[in-house]
Design a protein around this ligand. Structure first.
Ligand code: ADP
Ligand code: ZN
Ligand code: ZN
Length: 736
């Protein structure tokens, strides 16, 4: 073939390669632009792939090549910038290119739907629909099913696609619900509208002004700024100030946050400040909404994009600045499949676009602090809270020998009482949901082990169930001990549900709000509780890390950390860093308005050096010491790590595979690389599978990358590899 042309296509597949195809038979344009979608036959299926490029050569014999079916787009959906970012990430994280590329597309585009925004019809519950009783629909099961779906997502408008996923015939029953006045039909575009009151910026302090100027003065070039400011110091105002300037220059801003659905205030603050279209992207959206947000960002219509991790891959027409809020948060690292770190890739994206990026946190990751130390990032400090309140005072409560009721010491309860007396709010933090982490037989010692994990089943008292928080196994709570038949079953340890129950009996006249995954599962539930808290009446909030993130509770004056010891002796080398971040973040919720805050930390180890450092000298001093330790014992960020994990239903298989992997690594030439393992994972059995791991560590990134490059294709070929499920995690944030 003289004018031979092969299409190189990325297709979601576990293979580490692209696939070659012949051009479609009836192709009118010989001009194949990388970034368009192509429909191709793949085995017996038809899949949508992305055109990476064309070539005059193919390693596949031409009789084996098949023609593509059709080119789906007249212009590229993915810019060369995004394509090369993903290519880089696919190489660095050693994840197949086809699957990595899919992360850049909204689901509807992956499925081959047209890439056009449209004014769509959506449906949302009316007020009477929200309180409608499902039992009234006993004789109309289809209406009941629709109503359930709508009620489960009460604050989202649902589209045709959302209904199609769950129901085959929904138009008629939906019309009936509309007729009852329970559902409203809305025509709209995917963007947030701005009919809200526009509020203006407060007068900024010197540090804020300086921070904004530093970013804006060099807005035409790459620089990475670590905005290190205590909670309530006005970091968000700095973001807003920078964005305002960018908008003035006709540019767009990309803002990544850990979890939007939990912090609706952040989005509404942006909305109130700027009279521009804002696109929001997170997992709580319907598919059509996601596509519209994506398209409007790509076209430049949306001026600000706020999203979680995967929004990083959105093409942005004229990107001026990237902002990563709470940059220390581990949710920026994807933990399965394509294990990329959105913060790290965002820095790369900014560097390639030659634009500024701001990483903001009150508790910066040790990685970022070391990057400042090595002058790769510039640090901007906001040292003061904006409110008149003084920083909270921190104190430990020594639990040894104290009377304790369900995890609440007498000294803590006394102080709680004092704050309530003054009509103030109290926040109690315990990062363990459920009633109790274990159920135990008082007569024979039986314990509620998970049948599928090396873990205990957690007792959930309200629902009378035992649940495994690792694999989801559920059982109803036994009335008798399954071993000896005794009825003396005892709940051991505390979870948030138990604390709530105890508080209800101790403080019968006080509003007690529990905020964890169990109480906020229903859409709108979180917002309803936040509204109650913002009324400001005296209350006790009990919650997990959900409470630590980004909320502003002006009337909370006391924060109690119920169990600081969880993080002190964790197995993962990052456990103490996470503990310090959590304590600091939760403590930062106290005294944000005009009243001084107080923080009490319950511990059995009040003299633990890292805890002492944190409580007496604060997070920066803690971080300094923790960084020193990482350097001394040679751990990230001073070393580069990759974790090879394997699991199988037979115990011997993962170890056999990893032993082979170890030998293969040696054969590949692993000088300068330290190989640790293989070892069973700290929780060896999870969801019925045995897990093991091999840790690879090096002083430099490069030799580690070179080894992985050679090693992984060899592992693909090992017969042992076919008997396990294995994965590679580069820069793991969790080594468990
Ligand atoms: P952070 O993001 O660091 O937690 P925020 O930007 O949310 O801090 O600011 C905390 C509170 O202080 C907000 O209510 C904000 O409106 C207010 N605030 C921020 N900067 C100023 C300022 N310079 N003067 C007065 N109030 C401010
Ligand atoms: Zn028993
Ligand atoms: Zn389990």
């Amino acid at each position: 073939m003289s004018s031979a042309c092969y299409l190189q296509i990325a297709i979601a597949s576990p293979l580490r390669q692209h696939f070659d195809y012949l051009p479609p038979k009836e192709s009118s344009s010989p001009d194949y632009q990388p970034g368009v979608r192509v429909e191709v036959p793949f085995g017996r299926r038809t899949l949508t792939g992305i055109l990476l490029g064309t070539s005059q050569h193919s390693d596949v014999p031409s009789e084996k090549l098949r023609p593509a079916l059709q080119i789906l787009d007249s212009e590229p959906l993915l810019s060369t910038e995004i394509m090369s970012l993903i290519k880089w990430a696919s190489d660095y994280y050693h994840h197949p290119i086809g699957d990595a590329m899919q992360h850049a597309l909204p689901v509807l585009l992956r499925q081959g739907k047209a890439a056009s925004a449209r004014c769509e019809t959506v449906w949302q519950l009316s007020e009477s629909g929200q309180s409608a009783d499902i039992n009234d629909l006993k004789r109309a099961p289809k209406q009941a099913a629709l109503l359930t779906q709508l009620q489960n997502q009460a604050d989202t408008a649902l589209s045709k696609e959302d209904f199609n996923q769950q129901h085959s015939h929904w138009r008629t029953p939906l019309a009936a619900l509309i007729k009852r006045g329970w559902v409203n039909e809305i025509k709209r575009r995917g963007l947030l509208s701005n009919d809200v009151d526009t509020d203006s910026a407060p007068a900024l302090n010197d540090e804020q002004v300086n921070a904004i100027n530093t970013v804006v003065e060099h807005a035409d070039h790459y620089q990475c700024l670590l905005l290190d400011g205590v909670t309530g110091s006005g970091k968000t105002e700095v973001y807003l100030g920078v964005i305002q300037q960018m908008l003035g220059q006709g540019k767009q801003a990309l803002v990544l946050v850990p979890e939007i659905s939990l912090t609706p205030q952040t989005v509404s603050r942006f909305q109130r400040r700027f009279n521009v279209p804002i696109a929001v992207m997170h997992s709580g959206l319907g598919q059509r909404e996601r596509l519209d947000a994506w398209l409007s960002t790509r076209s430049g219509e949306a001026r600000i994009v706020i999203g979680t991790r995967s929004a990083l891959f959105t093409p942005v027409a004229n990107l001026g600045v990237i902002i990563i809020d709470e940059e220390h948060d581990n949710s920026f690292k994807q933990q399965k499949g394509f294990r990329y770190h959105a913060r790290d890739l965002a820095v790369l994206r900014a560097r390639r676009l030659d634009i500024p990026i701001i990483l903001g946190s009150a508790t910066p990751s040790l990685e970022s602090l070391v990057n400042v130390e090595q002058e790769r990032y510039q640090r901007l400090v906001l040292s003061r809270r904006t409110s008149t309140a003084t920083p909270p005072s921190l104190r430990t409560i020594d639990l040894r020998g104290q009377p304790i009721e369900s995890g609440l010491s007498r000294s803590l309860l006394e102080v709680v009482g004092e704050h309530l007396q003054r009509d103030e709010q109290v926040l109690l933090f315990l990062n363990r949901r459920g009633y109790a982490p274990t159920l135990c037989c008082h007569d024979c010692g039986w314990i509620s082990d998970c049948p599928r994990c090396d873990a205990k089943l957690t007792l959930h008292a309200a629902s009378q169930r035992l649940r495994c928080h690792h694999c989801g196994t559920e059982q109803s709570m036994p009335a008798h001990c399954p071993e000896c038949g005794s009825t003396e079953l005892r709940a051991l340890g505390q979870g948030t549900e138990r604390i709530e129950t105890t508080l209800e009996s101790l403080f019968p006249n006080v509003d007690i709000l529990r905020i964890d995954r169990d109480t906020t599962r229903r859409k709108g539930a979180m917002q309803a509780m936040l509204d109650r808290i913002h009324h400001g009446k005296k209350a006790i909030l009990v919650g997990t890390q959900m409470l630590a993130k980004g909320h502003d509770f002006p009337n909370v004056t006391l924060v109690g950390i119920l169990d600081a010891d969880q993080g002190l002796f964790g197995i993962d080398f990052r456990a103490s860093e996470s503990m310090a971040q959590q304590i600091t973040q939760v403590a930062g919720r106290a005294g944000r308005a005009h009243k001084p805050g107080q923080v009490l930390v319950q511990t059995y180890h009040p003299d633990h050096p890292l805890l002492q450092k944190l409580l007496t000298q604060g997070y920066p001093a803690f971080a300094k010491q923790a960084i020193q330790e990482r350097r001394d014992i040679e751990l990230p960020p001073y070393t580069s790590m990759a974790l090879l994990r394997a699991e199988a239903s037979q115990r011997a298989l993962p170890m056999a595979f990893l032993s082979k992997a170890y030998e293969t690594a040696i054969a590949c030439g692993s000088q300068h690389i330290e190989l640790l393992g293989p070892l069973p994972a700290p929780m060896e059995r999870r969801a019925g599978r045995y897990r093991a791991q091999l840790l690879l560590q090096a002083n430099e990134r490069k030799p580690l990358q070179q080894l992985l490059q050679k090693l992984l294709p060899e592992l693909d070929k090992l017969p042992e590899a076919r008997r396990v499920r294995w994965s590679i995690d580069v820069d793991p944030v969790d080594t468990l």
